[in-house]
Write a protein that binds this ligand. Structure first.
Ligand SMILES: *[C@@H]1O[C@H](CO)[C@@H](O)[C@H](O)[C@H]1NC(C)=O
Ligand SMILES: *[C@@H]1O[C@H](CO)[C@@H](O)[C@H](O)[C@H]1NC(C)=O
Ligand SMILES: *[C@@H]1O[C@H](CO)[C@@H](O)[C@H](O)[C@H]1NC(C)=O
Ligand SMILES: *[C@@H]1O[C@H](CO)[C@@H](O)[C@H](O)[C@H]1NC(C)=O
Length: 251
């Protein structure tokens, strides 16, 4: 593994306008509408442009995403399947809490961020928080799934209008363990725009946060490597942030 080299971040630098293509999270398929009620489409403003990341609902007040999704301001869209349809809950973000040790130079590490919503999310059939892996969950989970609106086949750059999902198989790698990551390998997996979404495993809890894809340079005959921030290793930080920062009253 050569994660030290250029990491290809999954931030979506694309806009949602233009034609919509029916394309996948690479190698995936459309999710059953609203079967992933924890999914959040994060509309981010970076200077004057609008960009997107994914995130997931931790409770009525907090969304988890990747630290590299930091922006000047955000709106969280909840209960979305097709982003062209209305009726979802749109809540602005009041405060961001990127991990203080997030480091994007060299190997990307501690790529996790909590966002506090300005008003509570209404929990409905389409909007529900997801449980997290516990701090003790250290073994490699099986049967994991990533969902997101990030496109694509690896040859197009547009977001998908419908939520897509793909199964991923995690691999044991010393360097991933060292960096508090889960890793998967292969051509299928998260794509640009899927950043910040959850890695959901066998017992339907969130085990990771979509962080990066590293594409080895040709001619090296290596498959892309996908990195997910390992939630178990950040559980204490998450609990602390929610307990203390969650007490600040809403505006
Ligand atoms: C939540 O429900 C309340 C009461 O129906 C409503 O006033 C509020 O706008 C809803 N919040 C969102 C984000 O849709
Ligand atoms: C970030 O990572 C780089 C490369 O590993 C390291 O040289 C640098 O000291 C780190 N920065 C911080 C603030 O930890
Ligand atoms: C994805 O994983 C689920 C749960 O393990 C399984 O039921 C399903 O058949 C898998 N789908 C594909 C396309 O492999
Ligand atoms: C795109 O993905 C396909 C398999 O889905 C793979 O064969 C091909 O090498 C990939 N191309 C690039 C440029 O990554």
């Amino acid at each position: 593994m050569h994660l030290q080299h250029t990491l290809v971040m999954l931030v979506l630098v694309l806009s949602l306008d233009g034609q919509v293509h029916t394309v996948e999270i690479i190698g995936g398929h459309e999710a059953v509408p609203h079967s992933r009620p924890y999914m959040v489409l994060l509309e981010r403003r970076v200077h004057s442009t609008t960009k997107y990341c994914d995130g997931f609902l931790l409770n009525e007040d907090f969304v988890i995403t990747a630290a590299h999704c930091q922006a000047n301001s955000y709106d969280a869209l909840l209960g979305v399947h097709n982003y062209h349809k209305h009726g979802q809950q749109k809540i602005s973000v009041e405060q961001e809490f990127p991990h203080k040790d997030y480091n994007k130079t060299g190997r990307m590490t501690n790529d996790i961020m909590l966002l506090k919503l300005s008003t509570k999310a209404n929990v409905t059939d389409f909007v529900k928080p997801i449980g997290l892996a516990g701090a003790g969950d250290r073994s490699l989970p099986q049967h994991c799934l990533v969902s997101g609106w990030g496109t694509k086949s690896n040859t197009t750059n547009r977001m998908t209008s419908n939520l897509m999902e793909v199964n991923v198989t995690l691999v044991e790698e010393a360097i991933c363990n060292q960096d508090h990551l889960y890793c998967s390998e292969g051509d299928t997996g998260p794509a640009p725009g899927d950043s910040g979404g959850p890695l959901v495993c066998e017992d339907s809890r969130a085990y990771g946060v979509v962080s990066f894809t590293y594409k080895p340079h040709p001619p090296a005959n290596l498959k892309p490597i996908h990195g997910f921030t390992r939630i178990a290793d950040y559980k204490a930080w998450i609990d602390w942030t929610v307990a203390f920062k969650g007490k600040i009253s809403h505006k």
